[in-house]
Write a protein that binds this ligand. Structure first.
Ligand SMILES: *[C@@H]1O[C@H](CO)[C@@H](O)[C@H](O)[C@H]1NC(C)=O
Ligand SMILES: *[C@@H]1O[C@H](CO)[C@@H](O)[C@H](O)[C@H]1NC(C)=O
Ligand SMILES: *[C@@H]1O[C@H](CO)[C@@H](O)[C@H](O)[C@H]1NC(C)=O
Ligand SMILES: *[C@@H]1O[C@H](CO)[C@@H](O)[C@H](O)[C@H]1NC(C)=O
Ligand SMILES: *[C@@H]1O[C@H](CO)[C@@H](O)[C@H](O)[C@H]1NC(C)=O
Ligand SMILES: [Zn+2]
Length: 501
């Protein structure tokens, strides 16, 4: 009864009192052109935000603004949509810089949810997830698909979700269904998922519940999958995501595996992280079912998942970060690395034939779309990753007068090839300021930073003393060998040095 009353009075309340409008005026807008499905640069334009949405995009000043509109002059600045990160494990932030030369196999044995449950409290998960999201917001990442492996207990899972909600970021929080030896089983996770998915604070938050699952193939447990996907439908989760590698790595979880079980051609978005050894059949399935992969360029280079086939599936690709403890957390860097890596790969094809390139194979516009619009498409959220009337007001304002950007003419090139996180002056999520004047203004910061630091120091001390796992002779049936190490020092010794943790 009370609920019904509130629903009926809510719209009146919103229009009469709390409609909050902000007008960004005089800047260069990297807007989206629905006709061409490409970018549209507007110079000296303005963007009107009302509540959580973009109410209008104008070539100059708007004809009129709602009473009480806050005017923000962005003359000389660039305004873009927020970046979208479609793969990340946000809870691990405390390990930052401790794993600079780790391998993927070592990562599983040292920094993953196979080890953390024995040392972490739920409040550690909260502090670490929240600090990681503030790091993302500061970097202009407004949406994140989190493959949340911190589901080793009800309290650890609840803390991760609560931190996501409290951050103010738009988190597609992917509850991971995984068996963790001596800790928890998938069977025990069903009731926990149900309870979390009913968390009442989700209603007023841009954060939504998603599902992460890595048991699609080979050897799927069909009864288990049917149960998980029944939950996905019952709670209409915002996404389903999986780690897909194939090739020597195993971890297939391929489009073919999921399609064979009839769970690919569904209304819920299914996102394949890495998809390193995607087959031509898998690629065709992605296109015909309109599902996407998440290329995590830096992760795939750092660990060697690699991405030999991803260049040819960029029409169904978005970008992700993955383990932000080991490298940069921002999608801007991912877009830049990916752009140049793609160019390198395409040039190599030419040079290997003894020929020379006569044109450039990938543009900054394409990189920009991958980092923004394509994340929205991957999540089946055409209202994300674009500046257009009706889209969500997830926005980034860049200081066009910083030493890095001063003198720019092409705003897309300025962002993709010249800017850094330090040039991000303001960030809004759902029409609310998360960063302003170059500083985080998100609720709970900087107190959360101080609390995180104490938690990080404590857990880092534990990990410093954990012996490195023994390198196995084989992994998923393949030999594990040392790659050829480089030598940066003349004479004896190669200069590999220490890790300074
Ligand atoms: C964008 O264009 C498509 C057709 O290309 C149309 O279906 C859709 O309604 C348009 N969206 C908006 C917001 O105008
Ligand atoms: C979880 O464990 C059950 C029981 O051993 C097994 O059948 C199932 O395949 C496992 N699921 C995953 C995702 O590993
Ligand atoms: C499920 O959620 C999506 C948004 O994530 C929404 O568009 C759709 O209408 C919902 N479907 C149902 C049956 O509630
Ligand atoms: C997906 O479903 C649509 C109908 O909803 C159908 O037309 C299409 O052929 C299906 N695609 C695949 C690959 O099964
Ligand atoms: C990382 O470097 C340290 C030495 O600084 C070394 O002990 C360790 O084996 C290296 N780890 C890997 C996975 O190569
Ligand atoms: Zn991952």
């Amino acid at each position: 009864m009370r609920l019904i009353n509130r629903i009926t009075i809510l719209p009146v309340f919103l229009t009469a009192v709390s409609a909050a409008s902000i007008l960004f005026k005089g800047g260069t807008i990297i807007a989206f052109n629905n006709q061409t499905q490409g970018l549209k640069v507007i110079r000296g334009g303005s963007v009107l935000v009302t509540n959580d949405r973009i109410a209008g995009v104008f070539n100059s000043a708007p004809p009129k603004t709602p009473p009480g509109t806050e005017i923000v002059d962005i003359t000389g600045k660039i305004i873009t949509p927020g970046f979208i990160d479609t793969h990340r494990h946000g809870w691990q932030t405390v390990f930052k810089t401790m794993a600079s030369n780790t391998t993927l196999i070592e990562f599983f044995g040292r920094y993953s949810s196979f080890v953390a449950p024995f040392f972490w409290t739920p409040s550690d998960v909260y502090d670490s997830q929240l600090a990681g999201l503030y790091e993302s917001l500061n970097a202009g990442v407004t949406s994140t698909l989190d493959h949340a492996t911190n589901t080793w207990s009800k309290d650890a899972a609840t803390s991760g979700l609560q931190a996501s909600i409290d951050s103010g970021a738009r988190v597609f929080w992917g509850f991971s269904f995984a068996n963790l030896t001596d800790v928890i089983t998938v069977e025990q996770l069903y009731p926990i998922f149900r309870e979390l998915a009913k968390n009442p604070s989700l209603k007023a938050s841009p954060t939504t519940i998603a599902i992460a699952y890595d048991g699609w193939g080979p050897n799927p447990n069909i009864a288990e999958i049917n149960k998980i996907m029944a939950l996905a439908q019952e709670f209409n989760v915002s996404a389903v995501t999986t780690h897909s590698l194939q090739g020597p790595w195993g971890f297939n979880n391929s489009p073919e595996d999921i399609h064979a079980l009839n769970y690919l051609n569904i209304s819920i978005p299914v996102i394949f992280s890495h998809a390193s050894f995607l087959t031509p059949t898998g690629a065709e399935l992605l296109r015909s079912t309109n599902q996407y992969i998440s290329i995590t360029p830096e992760s795939e280079m750092h660990y060697g998942q690699t991405h030999p086939f991803s260049y040819g599936i960029q029409d169904q690709a978005s970008l992700g970060v993955d383990t932000h403890i080991t490298f940069s957390t921002d999608i801007l860097t991912q877009a830049r690395i990916w752009l140049q890596q793609t160019r390198y790969e395409r040039y190599l094809g030419v040079l290997e034939r003894g020929e020379l390139p006569g044109s450039n194979p990938m543009s900054v516009e394409q990189a920009f779309l991958l980092a923004t619009r394509h994340g929205g498409l991957a999540l089946r959220r055409p209202d994300l990753g674009i500046i257009a009337e009706g889209a969500k007001a997830d926005l980034v304002v860049w200081d066009g007068t910083s030493p890095a950007l001063l003198g720019w003419v092409d705003p897309v090139a300025a962002v993709i090839l010249h800017a850094s996180v330090g040039d991000i002056e303001a960030v809004l999520v759902d029409g609310k300021w998360a960063k302003r004047g170059g500083k985080l203004v998100a609720k709970g910061w900087p107190q959360a930073g101080a609390k995180f630091l104490a938690t990080a120091k404590r857990l880092q001390a534990v990990w410093r003393d954990l012996p490195l796992p023994v390198v196995p002779a084989e992994f998923n049936g393949n030999l594990v060998v040392d790659p050829l190490r480089v030598d940066v020092r003349r004479g004896p010794g190669d200069g590999y040095g220490e890790v300074y943790i």
